[in-house]
Design a binder for this molecule. Structure first.
Ligand code: COA
Length: 379
């Protein structure tokens, strides 16, 4: 950690790159291996349910089958939105970006939670269950409103992934589709001190309430360099259209020093461990739907980015493609990322409240100094 005491150092870590700012028991990234509470995420994605992973994140242990059943029942009991929130959704501009609407609605949701300002562990646990259960409903309701469709009452028989698809389309999804979406949710569920989680912890460290922390996180996630990248990367692939167009699209942009969405990572410099799982899923889905050209286009982009910049695709490159091949509309991708990452946010918020210290770094002042105030009439 770069520690600045007394006189200010001129040395600093731009973007806090490689700075370890706090201890955490939630997520471990080492040598391009990603573990949640000690379990490799690839193992979890292959074997666990999303609810199991959430339980693990919040309890530091996998649930017994009874504990999992109780946890799922507690979540399902919260599969509803306040009537006022549904009315609110009906009044937001249809053309507003779903992430802007989600940010606003998470904030509104807090107004209807009588425990919103109680940060004690039992109240936080209940509030976390409510938030995690309701986020998918918000996203589905926002999407339906955008398409002039009415709210669908959620199905308490279904797990989170399946219920999200049900709330979106009004039909119980087939098991395979629900499981594929669930796998993506697991891969997106937690990722250490990424920008939005860090932002949530900064907010929690002031002892602000949980809804404020999640609003902070969702607001931070929507940026193009973070969660917003999955939508932009997919839309880029669709614009490119086919493998033979990739060079003409990417090379001039790289020459102009533009960013190609879905490539590069602050932490993984030799590839994102979540990508191989997502890529395999995309290849299977593309084969089934006759969209192999999209995979060929993505692979060509991968090859060019590696050759030109030594950069690898990140979770958002193939995460966005997976969402597209699962039939989701691209403007929803970042919201789906948000509903999944809410699991991680809430684990970090709880950890921050437990071991709190206000997060308040220092800046290295580089502005003007020692100026004399000049009265208004003399300027
Ligand atoms: C994720 C990201 C913000 C990480 O940024 P970072 O850790 O600060 O990495 P840097 O900006 O230091 O990257 C090093 C070099 O690679 C370049 N670079 C990084 N990602 C790039 C990208 N996607 N396209 C083109 N060039 C890129 C940088 O411009 C820089 O070039 P330079 O050395 O000539 O100045 C960055 O890779 C990026 O903007 N990616 C695209 C957005 C994205 O996919 N975000 C989702 C992340 S999961």
């Amino acid at each position: 950690m770069n520690v600045v005491k007394g006189s200010m150092s001129t040395d600093h870590h731009a973007g806090l790159e490689d700075v370890e700012v706090l201890p955490s028991k939630i997520c471990d990234i080492r040598q391009d291996r990603l573990s949640l509470r000690g379990y490799n995420i690839i193992d979890l994605a292959a074997n666990a349910s999303f609810e199991e992973v959430v339980y693990l994140l919040w309890n530091d242990a996998l649930p017994s089958s009874q504990a999992l059943q109780d946890f799922k029942s507690a979540l399902r009991a919260e599969y509803s939105l306040p009537r006022e929130i549904i009315e609110h959704i009906n009044h937001v501009p249809r053309e507003a970006h779903p992430m802007a609407v989600l940010r606003t609605l998470v904030s509104s949701l807090g107004l209807y939670d009588p425990e919103a300002s109680d940060n004690s562990p039992p109240a936080l646990r209940r509030c976390s269950i409510r938030l995690l259960a309701k986020m998918p409903l918000l996203v589905a309701a926002i999407a339906r409103h955008r398409n002039a469709r009415s709210y669908i009452t959620p199905n308490p028989e279904l797990d989170i992934a399946a219920n999200f698809l049900y709330s979106l389309y009004g039909e119980v999804p087939d098991k395979e589709t629900a499981r594929l979406l669930e796998t993506v949710l697991i891969l997106y569920s937690e990722h250490e001190l990424n920008a939005s989680t860090f932002a949530a912890r900064v907010t929690a460290a002031t002892l602000a309430d949980t809804y404020s922390c999640i609003v902070t996180a969702v607001s931070t996630l929507q940026g193009g360099l973070h969660g917003g990248a999955n939508q932009q990367a997919l839309e880029m692939l669709l614009t490119i259209g086919s493998p033979e167009n990739v060079e003409d699209y990417i090379l001039p942009r790289l020459r102009r020093k533009e960013i190609i969405m879905g490539f590069g990572h602050r932490v993984y410099k030799k590839g994102d461990p979540r990508v191989p799982v997502l890529k395999r899923m995309c290849i299977e889905l593309a084969k089934k739907s006759g969209q192999e050209k999209l995979i060929a286009t993505a692979e060509r982009a991968e090859a060019i980015m590696l050759k030109e910049k030594n950069l690898y695709p990140n979770v958002d490159f193939y995460g966005g493609l997976a969402f597209y091949l699962l039939g989701l509309s691209s403007d929803l991708f970042t919201c789906v990322f948000a509903l999944s990452r809410t699991a991680g946010y809430l684990a970090h918020i709880a950890e921050q409240y437990q071991e709190n210290k206000l997060i308040r770094p220092r800046a290295i002042y580089t502005g003007k100094k020692d100026l004399q105030y000049v009265p208004l009439e003399k300027r």
